[in-house]
Design a protein around this ligand. Structure first.
Ligand code: SAM
Length: 384
């Protein structure tokens, strides 16, 4: 059994934990060597065989990356760090000469110089793999996948992890072009899961931009894994098991309901709608979404009630932006007219904006993205 860590944006830990449970993995409380148990923010620890790591990368919708915990040990001197780093089983994950990138942070530790820590860890790896340390580069050739190694020193305890994902998991491979202010795919999935959307009910996003919410919704409703159109760092590891991976990919194609409720997405910007249609086609869910170009004031849900999950424009200095306040007030009026009895979930950087809708809402999720504190507020549009 190995220890893994599914990292995510702050506030999304509960969703990642639920997703892991759905895959059959339970959260593990980390017991650091010689130290107390620790629950970490920014992600969820879990244990399993290699298949757990493969499944998590393929299926997790709200995690940013999955790390393999290679070792946790006490290191208060460089010689101790070098010795312990050298004892780790690097040969399972790195081929000699493979380009690596180290991300080192030091916090309240005797070893506080991150550059010197990186040097000692690199020397430990090079010694273990039986090669001189210059052969390991910190910036590899552009065409070779660079293995990210994460070293955290906190209170003289060193945790060394390998990134198993490669590109961050929000890069599903379907969104080449982004419209204005596109939402990260992981956050779009988090909005859907936090909104309480019943995947067999209609869904509407009247500010769809590049289509992220609708596309993530279709993947969710059809039971398709978000990572099916991309590669992962673990497939380059010497211990990679291609047969197990093929089996997991094979299982993934067997799931999913035959029928699905309507997913509608619209935006007033013709370019955005064009991009959204292309993105949905690349994601393989083009047929599952009805896209249209229209202002939100012209929305006409096909059926209902269902869910409106959306990310309208939000300014940073909201209190000074009268136009935005008007937009949210108008949105409230449109929803009362067109979507009575629907559930709504609206993402915004300022709850004062959502309150302009005149529909009672409560916080369903708080997180940070792009340097902003964001809140998803959910509620129910009153019946006519
Ligand atoms: C924050 S972006 C949404 C981004 C989207 N979630 C994505 O992932 O790409 C807001 C979108 O609202 C659209 N928009 C602004 N005013 C609108 C209006 N009156 N009616 C419909 N869409 C509007 C913009 O064109 C923009 O695409």
């Amino acid at each position: 059994m190995s220890l893994y860590f599914a990292a995510c944006s702050p506030g999304l830990e509960g969703l990642v934990e639920r997703e892991l449970q759905g895959l059959g993995y339970k959260q593990t409380v980390q017991r650091l060597e010689g130290g107390p148990s620790e629950n970490e923010a920014g992600g969820v620890s879990f244990e399993g065989e290699a298949e757990a790591l493969y499944r998590a990368n393929l299926w997790l919708r709200t995690a940013s990356r999955v790390l393999a915990r290679l070792g946790q040990f006490h290191a208060a001197s460089f010689s101790e760090l070098h010795k312990r780093a050298n004892q780790l089983e690097w040969e399972r994950y790195l081929r000699p000469g493979a380009p690596v990138r180290l991300n080192v942070t030091c916090h309240k530790s005797r070893l506080y110089h991150s550059g010197a820590v990186a040097e000692r860890v690199l020397a430990g790896i090079a010694g273990r793999l039986g090669m001189p340390s210059p052969a390991l580069t910190t910036d590899g050739p552009a065409d070779a996948p660079v293995q990210l190694i994460i070293v955290r020193l906190a209170r003289d305890r060193c945790t060394i992890s390998l990134d198993s994902s490669g590109e961050l998991l929000h890069r599903r491979g379907y969104r080449l072009a982004g419209a204005k202010a596109p939402l990260r795919e992981t956050l779009a999935a988090a909005l859907l899961l936090s909104s309480g959307w019943d995947t067999s009910a209609p869904l509407l996003d009247p500010f769809c931009g590049s289509g992220t919410i609708a596309i993530e919704a279709a993947l969710l409703a059809l039971g398709l894994p978000p990572g099916r159109n991309r590669g992962f760092a673990f497939t380059h590891w010497p211990n990679f098991d291609p047969a197990a991976w093929e089996r997991i990919l094979g299982e993934a194609t067997k799931t999913g309901p035959a029928r699905q409720a309507p997913i509608q997405a619209s935006d007033r910007d013709a370019g955005a709608v064009r991009m959204a249609i292309e993105n949905a086609a690349r994601a393989g869910v083009g047929d599952a979404i009805e896209f249209s170009q229209r202002a939100f004031s012209a929305i006409q849900p096909l059926s209902g009630p269902g869910w409106v999950v959306t990310n309208p424009p939000f300014g940073v200095r909201v209190s000074q932006n009268k136009d935005l306040r008007n937009l949210y007030a108008q949105l409230g009026a449109v929803l009362r007219r067109a979507c009575p009895g629907w559930q709504i979930a609206v993402l915004s950087a300022d709850p004062r904006l959502t309150s302009q809708m005149g529909i009672a809402t409560k916080s369903a999720l708080s997180t940070r993205s792009g340097g902003l504190n964001l809140q998803l507020r959910s509620g129910r549009v009153p019946d006519e």
